[in-house]
Write a protein that binds this ligand. Structure first.
Ligand SMILES: Cc1cc2nc3c(=O)[nH]c(=O)nc-3n(C[C@H](O)[C@H](O)[C@H](O)COP(=O)(O)O)c2cc1C
Length: 256
């Protein structure tokens, strides 16, 4: 695959993985891709925690499950999410942004075949989903995603060592940029190796969960836990994706 194909064919992988571990050679390539990330003043603020053993995976899976159940009871969180949820493939393609609801959440049975109009109304009043959340609706997606975390061949916690900050008032800002580049390097290298990657953000949304992760994995207090990735060899291609047309975000000379 040439680089342009890797960039445009990378997808967030939300499906299952092959059961085998990531081969040592491939793991080294992912790490090497991360190592060559640019950073301000070459401070290289990243540290990676690779989790391949059951206990660590279970701890993260349990946290993920609890976090998602809590999210489903949080009216503001649901309301905020609903802005970016697209109900049908057609709507998603036309809009060119957001995510497909069915790819992110398995709805409770009675809603699975509900008419689009009803779902649209529910999304408009996403706060009402908290009622379902309190009745336990969050447990289904929480269990599903937790299982995916538990069964992933490799989990990777990406942290930023805040002691390695560059000079200047904007230091932290440039460090965060650099962390994004590191993650993209890993995603692209993984794509080239047929390794699927998914961000698992739920257990990092709340500071209380981040703190638990920090303690469980011995991450120093001066590190920021940036993201959790699940990785494995792709079993079958999943996931379509959409983007806005270039005319929506490219401006020549100035923004009109
Ligand atoms: C910072 C960040 C956090 C994300 N968190 C999640 C997540 O928790 N779960 C998930 O399935 N995808 C997550 N994604 C993936 C996005 O949903 C995805 O990149 C977007 O929908 C475009 O799809 P694509 O990556 O397949 O092109 C995240 C992506 C980024 C950059």
């Amino acid at each position: 695959m040439n680089l342009f194909d890797v960039i445009t064919q990378r997808r967030s992988h939300r499906g299952t993985f092959q059961e085998r571990m990531i081969e040592t050679d491939d793991l080294e390539k992912l790490i090497e891709a991360a190592r060559w990330t640019p950073s301000p003043f070459n401070v290289q603020p990243w540290e990676l925690v690779l989790i391949q053993e059951t206990e660590g995976k279970s701890a993260l899976a349990d946290l993920t499950e609890r976090a998602i159940i809590a999210q489903f009871k949080d009216a503001n969180f649901l309301d905020d999410n609903s802005r970016w949820m697209r109900l049908t493939e057609k709507e998603w393609q036309e809009q060119g942004d957001g995510v497909l609801l069915s790819e992110h959440v398995t709805l409770p049975k009675p809603l699975q075949n509900a008419p689009e109009k009803l779902l649209q109304e529910l999304l408009k009043n996403a706060k009402s989903f908290t009622l379902l959340g309190h009745l336990g609706a969050g447990k289904i997606p929480a269990k599903e995603i937790a299982l995916q975390v538990r069964e992933a061949p490799l989990l990777m916690l990406v942290t930023m060592n805040c002691k390695r900050y560059p000079p200047g008032d904007g230091g932290t800002r440039w460090m965060w940029l650099s962390m994004g580049m590191l993650i993209q390097n890993i995603l692209l290298a993984a794509t080239a190796l047929d390794i699927g990657v998914q961000f698992v953000s739920a257990p990092l949304e709340r500071s209380v969960d981040r703190e638990q992760i920090r303690q469980r994995f011995n991450i120093p207090i001066f590190h920021e836990v940036i993201t959790l990735l699940r990785l494995g060899y792709i079993e079958k291609e999943t996931g379509n994706s959409v983007r806005l047309p270039t005319s929506e975000f490219v401006h020549f000379e100035k923004i009109k």
